[in-house]
Design a protein around this ligand. Structure first.
Ligand code: THU
Length: 133
């Protein structure tokens, strides 16, 4: 199984476990770290709505807990024919652990439909160099 197929299957299995009783919008994310490990997560909502977290947030936290620090590829999977892009906050979170080569795959039930780099999704991002000014 190639990396994209594996990421897709992992995102699909994570999405099945999504806890999204308020939006009814289940999201699954899987990522492959530069170190060669796979991680996955889903969105987890809360009755206090702002406490909910995106699937990307969970996947990144799981990667960091697993000891890895760089994303090689990340795949975001919504429901049915929906194709979603990571929210603004998650783009910033992805950026923290990305390189210019990191790939962000957007998938629907039929598979990956589009692939971007973080520079395409978050141009002019706030970065470490800004803090040093
Ligand atoms: N959501 C994600 O998990 N990832 C995204 O890229 C966009 C949105 C979640 C947050 C919330 O639980 C639900 O989808 C509806 O916004």
């Amino acid at each position: 199984m190639n990396n994209i197929s594996k990421l897709f299957e992992l995102a699909r299995s994570a999405r099945r476990n999504a806890y999204a009783p308020y939006s009814n919008f289940a999201v699954g994310v899987a990522l492959l770290s530069q170190e060669g490990n796979f991680y996955k997560s889903c969105n987890v909502e809360n009755i206090s709505y702002p406490c909910g977290s995106c699937a990307e947030t969970g996947a990144i936290a799981t990667m960091v807990a697993g000891g890895d620090k760089q994303i090689a590829e990340i795949l975001v999977l919504a429901e049915g024919s929906e194709l979603i892009t990571p929210c603004g906050a998650c783009r910033q979170r992805i950026k923290e652990f990305s390189t210019p080569q990191t790939l962000i795959h957007l998938a629907n039930a039929a598979g990956v439909q589009k692939t971007y780099t973080i520079a395409e999704l978050l141009p002019l991002a706030f970065a470490e160099k800004e803090l040093k000014k």
